[in-house]
Design a protein around this ligand. Structure first.
Ligand SMILES: [Zn+2]
Length: 208
């Protein structure tokens, strides 16, 4: 199963130009089997997305892109998140206490919103975005080096805010999942791999 793990929908991410319907139709056209909506500090779309997912029979998982004091972290498997900014370790501990899964997104992107060297300071992180669609190849490669060294799960995601970006990178999950608890369980299995979109379909990669 191929899932774009990091997307922004326009209702709750003011910098996104995509509606949920556009996300799903573009994701299907690209050959994806599911999408994750990770709006900036919002899970407001959760109920609408769950209903729409059933209506169109396409997996949509709503997480959050939380802006911790040390940088952005996407999280899945939580019902709520702190309303104020707290440091990354506190946030990771909070997500862990709810049984969820945290991913350091674009850790070395040049927008000062990645965890950067804090990747080595925190404990309990599940994955690292080693392929983020809005990040340079050099910064993605740096993320891959850290991910491998730390033994975390390598994640691919477009971080798309408009449809031409959507699906550029994705994550291969070794089984089909429909619910967030199942998504979290498979992420925690450590068997997911990043994938790159090509004209011939997605290529699962170990390195790039
Ligand atoms: Zn994002």
């Amino acid at each position: 199963m191929l899932v774009d793990m990091h997307l922004h929908e326009s209702t709750y991410s003011s910098d996104s130009k995509m509606t949920l319907a556009e996300i799903v139709s573009d994701a299907k056209a690209k050959g994806l089997d599911g999408v994750c909506i990770t709006d900036h500090d919002s899970m407001g779309l959760k109920e609408v997305a769950e209903a729409y997912s059933k209506e169109v029979d396409f997996p949509i998982f709503v997480g959050v892109e939380y802006y911790s004091l040390w940088g952005d972290i996407t999280a899945f498997g939580i019902d709520s998140f702190p309303s104020e900014r707290i440091d990354a370790q506190e946030f990771i501990d909070f997500v862990a206490s709810q049984g969820g899964f945290c991913i350091s997104c674009h850790p070395f992107r040049n927008n000062n919103r990645g965890l950067e060297h804090h990747l080595k300071d925190v404990h309990g992180l599940g994955g690292v975005e080693v392929l983020n669609g809005s990040t340079s190849l050099e910064a993605n490669r740096e993320a891959l080096r850290y991910c491998n060294e730390l033994g975390l799960v390598p994640i691919g995601a477009s971080d798309a805010h408009w449809t031409s970006q959507l699906g550029k990178y994705a994550t291969y999950l070794p089984e089909d999942v429909r619910t967030i608890p199942d998504l979290v369980r498979v992420l925690k299995s450590g068997k997911c791999r990043p994938a790159i979109w090509t004209e011939e379909g997605y290529q699962v990669v170990e390195t790039f």
